[in-house]
Design a protein. Structure first.
Length: 197
């Protein structure tokens, strides 16, 4: 002889199955969000980081209010070359030489370890040859002369693209490789000026 369930029992079982499905879906969403946040945090620490441009020192390339993404792995696993735009921890002398207590700066590399760098008038000389600045920049170079010097090992000579309005290696010296956070590889804001470097 078989037993039949009442409609009430069937409804209770259906509701219980629905609750279990909702609980399972809730747990899945919590796990997905936790994984996404973890991946995002790891990417920010080791791979990419966003920055806001607060000054005019890199105009016309980067303007006040631009937002950029920096690729950290390109420095950790690759090389830094002349023409690269880098973000780096500001040397302590920036505060005294520039009167600016910023923690991070963005500038363009114009000389790498072993290069002989100097200036003559408004021309930057690297290894005795005029630097071909194949990127937008503002002249004049300014009153600060670059005395003849050799860039030390694991160090870089950097200048802002807005030469007359940039406090850079001409004032406070070299950027140690250990201070480099990463290379700028894309401007993401404003969208109208989206640009890959």
């Amino acid at each position: 002889m078989g037993f039949t369930q009442s409609e009430e029992d069937l409804k209770r079982q259906k509701r219980a199955r629905g609750r279990r499905r909702r609980q399972r879906a809730g747990i899945e969403w919590v796990v997905i969000i936790a994984i996404a946040l973890t991946v995002s945090a790891v990417a920010r620490v080791f791979i990419f980081q966003t920055y806001y441009i607060p000054s005019a020192s890199m105009e016309p390339t980067l303007q006040i209010g631009d937002r950029i993404i920096v690729d950290k792995l390109s420095v950790k696993l690759g090389t830094v070359n002349t023409g690269d735009i880098i973000v780096f921890k500001a040397p302590a002398t920036v505060a005294t030489e520039c009167g600016d207590a910023v923690s991070d700066l963005v500038k363009r590399v114009v000389a790498v370890p072993g290069d002989k760098v100097s200036s003559k008038g408004n021309t930057i000389l690297v290894n005795g040859v005029a630097l071909k600045e194949n990127w937008p920049h503002n002249e004049p170079l300014g009153s600060r002369v670059i005395e003849k010097q050799v860039v030390p090992a694991n160090s870089y000579f950097v200048i802002g693209d807005n030469h007359p309005d940039s406090c850079d290696s001409r004032y406070w010296g070299y950027v140690p490789r250990a201070n480099i956070i990463g290379k700028v590889f894309v401007r993401i804001w404003p969208f109208s000026r989206l640009h890959w470097f």
